[in-house]
Design a binder for this molecule. Sequence first.
Ligand SMILES: N=CN[C@@H](CCC(=O)O)C(=O)O
Ligand SMILES: [Zn+2]
Length: 418
Amino acid sequence: MIKPILIKHAAQLATLASKGKGPRSKEAMSELGLIEDGSMWIEGGMIKAIGTTTELEERYADRLDEAEVIDATNHLVTPGLVDPHTHVVYGGSREREFEMRLEGASYMDIMNAGGGIHATTRMTREASEEELIEQTTWRLDSFLAHGVTTVEGKSGYGMNLETELKQLRVMKKLQEQHVIDLVPTFMGGHAVPPEYKGREDEFVEHLINDMLPVVAEEKLAEFNDVFCEKGVFTPAQSERILDAGKRFGLIPKIHADEIESYGGAELAAKIGSISAEHLLKASEAGIKAMAKSGTIACLLPATALYLREEAAAGRKMIDEGVAVAISTDCNPGSSPTTSMPLVMNLACISMRLTPAEVLTAATYNAACAINREEKVGSLEVGKQADIVLWNVKNYQELQYLFGVNHVKAVWKKGVKVV
Ligand SMILES: N=CN[C@@H](CCC(=O)O)C(=O)O
Ligand SMILES: [Zn+2]
């Protein structure tokens, strides 16, 4: 029998308690639901009670002997971090492109010359399911070590039915094998594969008619994502792909305005996308439209840094009323990292988000961006006991001491995994 757990005397318990109100924007992004000298009772993988240490010791006075007690004196406790945007399943690696970019080549130059996404597609097509599981397991372990307990993952390094399905099946297996919750997104619209060069619209039809129905039939994805970017998919093609996904019950997401301002944010708002990703070059009108439609901005400051681009206008987006989430964008080209704590630091430094806003963006709002806010992203009675104990006293210190992994312990569904 697994013992109940009592975490007590947390210097700061950041609950992010939200009572099911949907993604947070503006001032609500700074409401962390802090409890000083905080305590939690965990049983059956769930949070059963939360409050001050005095309150919980009184309430469970007759059961204290049976519990495993964790003394969190001088430590911050938060929900497990949620990463709502990754390309975590891929074959091979692209370190030579890193050098090429430092020598002056641009991300799109490399891609247009057959590298970038196309290079990883070749390596992913060649990889066996077992190889992909092995590589991805390593990355998921690393996420966990950085306090991340839920990860969204996209296909998109196949761009043919066989390999798209292979990536999604790998995610399904990993969801069964790994303690991390892995949330699958179909992204057949990541680029136009070379075999369809010059026949882009035909590829769009192929994706809609031949890939989406199988992905939906096999229930391999919850979301449908597309790279809406000049030279990749136009807003009109992106809309077709996302609309078609909706008809199969897949929720739209969109890589928007990453390299050029291209109407991606406006499109996200128009089609009711749950989130829009990147947004480095989002227009004023696009930002306003997203605030109005309630589309979450999923911002990726590590990607901007890695591509040596100016970060998205996160501060402005929050001030305009857009709900912001943040993510690693873990992928082999523009952000090969699993460190959410680093991304959180960067969100403060490069986008001027406050430490409180950043914690919301990496937990509760991130959960909203992948439809998981009922289960994870905050510490509330009835939610999964996904918890991080940090080697810092408060949430400001978590952001202040940067580039450091402050994780002391992680529980996933009430089981200590780090
Ligand atoms: N920008 C498009 N897709 C990925 C990068 C994929 C790659 O370079 O392999 C992203 O979100 O950053
Ligand atoms: Zn991406």
